[in-house]
Ligand binder design. Structure first.
Ligand code: PRP
Length: 218
């Protein structure tokens, strides 16, 4: 059997991904959170973990540089999902994608008046689709992080960002004014890898599926 590479990203999702992988029988040979290595071996011969920026996970899997990966629905929507098989909702990394403004900003009024609204986000494609579907005209500003700062500094009237506990919004005196969609992390698979390395990739999908079900039942 040829090797199977699984693309993961560091951070919050990894904390939930590692126990799931462990339940599926895959344990990294060293801690990916602290290791400086970008390719890690596992207890399973031929199974490696490649550590990427979250936004790059779909790209590596799309081009077959990794056979499978774990990516948030937010990242997948922004990427477009082209050339990716998405067999499993892993149920981890649950959060919501929302529109948020400074507390006291008249969002509904601005939308109603057709005011020129500036929205900053890392998720400009998702934001564009969301507002277009509602017939709301916005000017989008692409950011790469710390979106919450944009309304505070006057860069934008609103942001499109992820909310989990709501602590970051509260700490910066922002409020969610629209829900866009709930987010969880998905297993993504390169379709050619599934065909050509079925004996390695299909058992991974099955084992992770069983691990998710066992977690849900617990
Ligand atoms: C996300 C998001 C918010 C924060 C929300 O950032 O962009 O800033 O989490 O979480 P909370 O509602 O629990 O406070 P993340 O920490 O994933 O890092 P990022 O800025 O790189 O996206």
């Amino acid at each position: 059997m040829s090797g199977v590479a699984i693309a993961l990203s560091k951070g919050r999702i990894l904390d939930e991904t590692l126990p799931l992988l462990a339940r599926a029988g895959i344990v990294p040979s060293e801690d990916p959170e602290t290791s400086r290595k970008l390719v890690l071996g596992t207890n399973r011969p031929g199974v490696t973990l490649v550590m990427l920026r979250a936004q790059d996970v779909p790209t590596y899997v799309q081009y077959g540089a990794a056979d499978a990966g774990v990516a948030g629905k937010d990242v997948l929507l922004e990427h477009g999902g082209e050339g990716l098989y998405q067999p499993l909702d892993l149920g981890i990394g649950a959060c919501r994608l929302v529109v948020a403004t400074r507390r006291g900003f008249d969002w509904a009024g601005s939308v109603q008046r057709g005011a020129r609204i500036r929205v900053a986000s890392k998720y400009v494609n998702v934001a564009r689709e969301h507002f277009a579907a509602k017939g709301v005209h916005v000017d989008l500003i692409k950011l790469y992080g710390s979106m919450e700062l944009a309304p505070l500094c006057g860069l934008a009237d609103a942001i499109v960002d992820l909310v989990s506990t709501g602590n970051t919004l509260r700490a910066n005196d922002l409020v969610a004014v629209e829900d866009i969609l709930p987010i969880t992390s998905r297993l993504i698979v390169n379709p050619a890898s599934l065909k050509l390395k079925r004996d390695g990739v299909q058992p991974l999908i099955d084992a992770l599926g069983a691990a998710v079900e066992a977690g849900e039942a617990a």
